[in-house]
Structures are given as C-alpha cells and as structure tokens.
Design a protein around this ligand. Structure first.
Ligand code: 9MR
Length: 591
C-alpha cells in the first residue's frame, strides 16, 4: 500500500544535534517549499527542498528537505509541503534510549526451554516452557539424529542429545546454529563495543537493565541473554566417542512445518538433529572464543568451558573442512541455512580465537586466511552466511597485536565509505541498495548490518560523517521510506504489527500477544526473490523493490521476525542511544 503521506520522516524523531532530513515524493520539477510546524501548529522555520531526483528502489521522484539546523527539543513537530503533512516526530536527545532495551528484550521472549515469566514480562507475554520434553512436545531434551536422507549422503547417528534451551530462530520453532551464531556475536559485540568504543557505555548494559530473570547476579544482562544461546550451542556439539566428535549439529527442528498460530509448548511434531556442518562448527569456535573473553571477569568456569568447546570445534572443523549444509535440507520442516563457502566462517573463528588467546596458531590462521585480505563487506554487510566482516571488525576494534592493523582498520572504513556513497545516491537514506536492483530476504536487517559497519567506522575514526550516516539509516527504518512506515514494532505512527510468528500471532488468535515493541520486521523483499503467496496476491508484479512488503502474519518473506535481524537492530540501537544529543564525541586512537 502506498504511503498515506508524501512527506516521509523518521516517525520517532531526530537527535537535537544530529542530521534531520525528510524525503518528499513529488512530481514538481522545481524544489518545493517546506515548513516545519510545532505541536501547537505554529510555523518554526521553512525553506526549499533539494532539486528532484529519481529513486530507483522506490520508482519515485523525490526531493529532500533538510532541517538539521533546528535543534530545539520538542515533540509533535510536523513538516508541511504543498498541502501534505508528515507524521509527527520529536527532537529529543533521549530518543533511542528505550529502543536499545526493547530490541534486546526481544531475546528473552524467544527463549526455548524455559517458562516466560509473567513477573518479568507481564501476563500478556508470559507462556509455558517450550520443548522441555513435556507432552505434546516431542523435544528437545532427548532428540535423535534424523534418519538417513539423500541430501545428507546417508549420514545418521544412533545417539540422542539433550538440546533444550537456546532461542527459537524466528516465527518458527526451529533452532539453527549458524543463525544463532551471528545473533550471539552481535549481542556479545554490542557489549564489547561498550567496553572499547569512545562513546560506549557499559553501565547502560549492566546487570538489571533488561527484562530477564537473571537480575542481581552481577553479570551484565546482555551477557546473560547471550549465555542462554551459548549454552544451547554447546549442547549441539557432537560428544566424544561418536563419529564427527567436536563437530556441531547444524540445526534441530520439527519434522514437517506446523501451521500458525501455535505456542511453542503446543508443538506436537517429532524433532530431529540434522547433520553437523563445518559452518555450524566454526560458529561455535567463533562465539565460544568471543564469549570466553567476555565472561572471564564474571564466571571463569564458564569462560573455560566456552574456550574448550571453541578449541574442540576449531580442531574438528580442521579435520572436516567441507561438510556443507545442503539447500535440499530445507524440505523437511526447517530452513536450510545452506552454505558451501566456509572461508569466511574459518577466518572469523580464527580472529576470535586469536583475540582471546593471542596464540601463534590462530595468529597464523588469521594472517594466512584468504578472508583476511578479501572484501568481506558486500552490499548487505555481514550476515549468517557471510561472517568474515564480524572477524574483521573485531580485529579492527579490540586491542590486539596483529601485524598490519592499519590495513585491517582501513578496510572497515573503506567499506563504510561505500555504504555512505550508496546512502548519498538513495532517495530515502538507506545504506542498502539491494543486489542487481533486488531487495533480499530480511532487507531491513541488511540496512542494519551495513549500519553496524558504518558505526564501527565511527568508533575507529571519530569522524562525525559516520555517526550521521547511522542516524540517517535509522530514519529509513523508522519511516523515511517509500511506504512511509516504521519496520520496528511500536515505534512511529505506522509500524509493523502483524509479523509472521507462531506465537506473537494476535491477528490470528486474540488470546495471543502481538509482536513485542522493538521487533524488526524482515521488510521489503523483491517479488522475483520469493514465492510468498501473500505477497504475490497483494502486490503488483511490477512493484518497486522498496514497496514489496505486506504487514500480514502469513507473509513470511517480508514480515517475519528473527533473532539475527533483531541482533543487528540491537547493535545499531545501542550505538545510536550512545550518541546522546548527537553532539561531538571523542575520537578513537587509531594507532
Ligand atoms: O533469512 C534466511 C534467509 O537468509 C535464507 O536464505 C533462508 C534459507 O535458509 O532462510 C531464512 O531464514 C528463515 C529460516 O530458514 C527458517 N526460520 C525463519 C527464517 C526467516 O525467515
């Protein structure tokens, strides 16, 4: 559906000393005049928009309004252009404080294997524990290996594992190591950023900051949340004595898809462990190592356990370098998360193991990796299948003695410069232009992941252009886009509220809750990329990429929620929350 207004703003608002731009959809050949109006209806200031330009991603002709000079805090501002009025917005230094926590509180609600406690989240979001071996669930305390399948070349195993816990991946009840891996890495990473970046603030992430049960243990809450997934990832590791010992099962999920709605505790399907993969194994090596260094001050025994698992995983992945997750394994009730190139996972794991241990083996593994000099930052930033950037950014920002760090840091800044060039050419301030003109699955997370790279460039250089670009990227996610809607639930006048989920499925069952505040919807996904029946029925076949979105609970390809999308959002939300009013920040010492 086209936007209800032609004046597209960040519907939450702008930081007083940050960039403040809006996009106007207009056919006018001349710059249109605009007016900023305050909550009482009085004009504050005005001016002329930029000359028109065509925006390919939306198929629209647009002009840009710039009110950056206005710094007076307030709420209920609107921009009026030629009879059209924007949604209201605020100018407020505290704009992003709550989003940091809402984006992170998403993860407790995704936990498997534990009741979601009403005392922590309220009655609406409380639910019974899912997959704790209680009828009608058939998992996850004693799960067999899946029987022989052609796509696993006949692999199976006679053992069973207790793989309870972790997070549900998305709107389904599956649990996937490679997607959990990047999500954990980004939660650990936003905490680690707070320790090292000049604008970082570990106190903002301390014990007691999130809506989780682990209060009062002295452990920063974001680490406690990450631990829930890490403990599960360790359970997915093949025990000693079995074939493929030390490797990690790629995923555990139902045999056959269930329908919507369905609470996790009501899932009656048998569950099975899928074949281990080199990618999943290297994910455990990477986040095990990262977790070990961050948990060390709080729980040395857990840190030891993580590092031991990471080393085992590294050795097993060296022994089995090419056990790939096949695409065909998406047939049986879970996503495949297929990947036939694990160079990037190996580089990432080597980087994390080196950063944690400083050992020569891992230092050489980093320096000898083709990933070390490859362009690891594609059009979409890091993602579950492309993890080299996670290693590169950590090498660039976490103190270490690797030779050639200037080049490592320069590669992050150069990637950020490319995203800035994209943003400058786009009509709606996004740092993601798609690939070959098409928006991929989870495009909002691609915006967020490119912003992670740009934010890291700011941490490295202190150059305000990067901070401003991250803030403008948030504008895009919060309403300054072709559909004039926010993709973050509860933020903005028009936000995604019907995401694809089996249990946040209020639009199918009024007894169930809606997606919680701070849930990132997957967002526009080009029709050529999908067979999502809701999208195909609702959208014009010629629809421009940025408009290929339906806020419908069954639109899995444009409107799902996932842990790896919310982790990217959480990283960026934490970054922008740290920017306060948007005023200057100290520069990172780059040498
Ligand atoms: O977001 C994932 C996309 O990048 C992959 O191409 C696709 C196939 O592996 O899977 C998507 O993730 C879905 C997963 O397979 C199952 N749980 C829901 C995920 C989001 O839609």
């Amino acid at each position: 559906m086209p936007s209800a207004t032609r004046v597209l703003v960040n519907q939450v608002g702008y930081l007083p000393h940050g960039p403040k731009r809006a996009t106007v959809v207009t056919d006018s050949a001349l710059p249109v005049s605009w007016q900023l109006v305050d909550a009482s209806g009085s004009p504050v200031t005005g001016g002329l928009a930029s000359p028109p330009r065509h925006d390919a991603a939306s198929g629209l002709t647009v002009q840009v309004v710039d009110l950056t000079d206005v710094t007076e805090p307030g709420s209920g501002y609107t921009i009026v252009v030629d009879g059209a009025t924007s949604h209201p917005f605020a100018i407020d230094p505290g704009l992003y404080q709550r989003l940091r926590y809402d984006a992170l509180d998403f993860f407790y609600l995704a936990r498997s294997g534990t009741p979601i406690d009403a005392a922590v989240v309220g009655d609406l979001y409380a639910r019974a524990a899912g997959h704790v071996g209680a009828h009608p669930n058939e998992g996850d305390t004693d799960v067999p290996c899946i029987g022989p399948r052609d796509y696993y070349d006949g692999w199976t195993g006679s053992y069973r594992l207790d793989v309870h816990g972790g997070w549900y991946d998305a709107g389904d009840h599956g649990k996937y190591v490679v997607n959990g891996g990047i999500a954990v890495a980004q939660l650990l990473g936003l905490y680690e950023r707070a320790l090292h970046a000049p604008t970082g603030d570990p106190d903002a992430l301390d014990d007691g900051t999130l809506r989780i049960p682990e209060h009062g243990d002295g452990v920063p809450d974001v680490l406690s949340e990450a631990r829930w997934e890490l403990e599960w990832m360790l359970r997915m590791q093949v025990p000693e004595g079995e074939a493929l010992a030390g490797m990690v099962h790629h995923k555990v999920h139902d045999e056959g898809w269930t329908g919507l709605p369905m609470l996790p505790a009501d899932d009656p399907r048998p569950r099975s462990l899928h074949r281990p993969s080199t990618a999943a194994t290297l994910n455990v090596a990477a986040v095990g190592a990262q977790g070990a260094r961050l948990f060390r001050p709080f729980d040395a025994a857990f840190a030891d356990r993580l590092l031991a698992a990471a080393r085992r995983a590294w050795d097993a992945a060296t022994e089995h370098p090419d056990l790939y997750a096949p695409a065909a394994a998406g047939r049986d009730g879970g996503g495949p998360y297929d990947d036939t190139d694990v160079t990037d996972e190996r580089y990432w794991a080597a980087a994390e193991l080196y950063l944690t241990t400083g050992e020569d083996t891992f230092r050489s593994a980093v320096l000898d990796s083709p990933g070390h000099t490859a362009d690891v930052f594609g059009a979409a930033g890091p993602d579950w299948g492309s993890t080299g950037g996670l290693g590169r950014m950590d090498l660039a920002t976490i103190p270490n003695d690797l030779p050639g760090l200037d080049d490592v840091r320069r590669s992050v800044v150069e990637a950020a410069d490319r995203y800035l060039a994209v943003q400058a050419a786009e009509g709606f301030a996004t740092t993601y232009a798609g690939v070959d003109g098409h928006y991929g699955w989870g495009s909002t997370s691609m915006v967020a992941n490119t912003l992670v790279v740009v934010g890291t460039a700011f941490d490295l250089t202190g150059d305000p252009v990067y901070r401003e670009a991250v803030l403008e990227g948030m504008d895009h996610l919060l309403g300054r886009n072709a559909l004039g809607r926010s993709y973050i639930t509860g933020y903005g006048s028009v936000s995604s509220t019907n995401q694809h989920s089996r249990w946040f499925a209020r639009s199918l069952d009024p007894a169930l809750p809606p997606p919680p505040r701070g849930s990132l919807a997957g967002g526009p996904n080009s029709l050529v990329e999908t067979w999502d029946p809701v999208m195909l029925a609702a959208l014009d076949p010629e629809a421009a990429p940025q408009t290929c979105y339906v806020d419908h609970v069954e639109s899995w390809a444009s409107n799902e929620i996932t842990v790896n999308w919310n982790s990217a959002l959480a990283w960026v939300a934490s970054f922008v929350a740290d920017q306060g009013s948007g005023a200057g920040a100290p520069a990172w010492p780059t040498s």
